[in-house]
Design a protein. Sequence first.
Length: 308
Amino acid sequence: MEKRRFGRTGLWVSVLGFGGAPIGFLKTDRERVSKILSTLLDNGVNLIDTAASYPGSEEMIAETIGSRRDQYVLVSKCGQKVPGVEGTDWSEKLILDSVDRSLRNLKTDRLDVMLLHSCGLEVLERGEAIAALVKARDAGKVRFPGYSGDNEAVAYAATRREIAVVETSISIADQANIEKLLPIAQQNDVGVIAKRPIANAAWKDPSNQPGMYKSYSQPYTERLEKMGLQPADVGYAAADSHAWPEMALRFTLSFPQVSCAIIGTTNPDNVRANLQYAANGALPADAVAKIRAAFKHADPTGAWPGLT
Ligand SMILES: NC(=O)c1ccc[n+]([C@@H]2O[C@H](COP(=O)([O-])OP(=O)(O)OC[C@H]3O[C@@H](n4cnc5c(N)ncnc54)[C@H](OP(=O)(O)O)[C@@H]3O)[C@@H](O)[C@H]2O)c1
């Protein structure tokens, strides 16, 4: 598994990581999660992403791979009310309480990265939320404060000296942050995690999408339709059932400033497939250029923002 430098953290992370949202929101059973996470770790994946607000996700990660804690970079998110944590959203108290709750749920004494979970630019500028994460860092509970979000907010976050890691949407159907964030992240040596890296598998018929993904993936399905993009345009065989997810992941990994792409999955077969796609590396430059051109052609005025 290829590893990339994770900004100025001093860590190196696998290009494929695990996104812990669907195991929580889709209530995936423990045996399945155990299989997914052990297969990933056994094959060199070393970044696991979760959040205080993904129901049961942190607990499930602790139950299934807690005994292998030294083998992965653990990322969680906080900032808004979750069961057991009261207070004003983005306040110091709520953030510090949420850090403690995540440490309990994850049965660990440290989070490698704690991200502010998609607050707006004004919250970042006010400073209290970032200062709260710095306090948690100084108390030894969080190694690196970070921010998860998009557009102007993530571009601003990447300029703050306290922020070592950002997480942002980058995919075939979500390209705004490539221009808005990546050069700034590089300049400030901030680690970049790509969220929604295969565009929520939006090439699927929405009626076949599970649970919350039905509506969540819809804007990406519409964008892909407008782009008129097909894997055959970049050299995949029309009948290749792996073409869409492979093209999607390899596109996201084609940007060297992206340290890790965290795919969310509840399916061990997809885990094995994703490991293979990651091993195939970046797409050739001409394929990346075609996918970039299809996006620009469908959105000539740059009206499609990064979707959180
Ligand atoms: N605001 C935020 O901070 C924020 C927002 C969104 C996401 N995130 C993080 O980013 C992670 C990834 O984003 P995401 O889960 O929304 O989107 P994603 O990873 O782009 O797509 C997930 C979807 O793709 C499917 N899938 C996975 N591998 C596949 C394959 N090989 N072939 C076909 N379908 C495949 C999954 O279905 P199966 O279960 O069937 O595999 C799932 O429905 C999240 O889990 C979360 O950790 C953070």
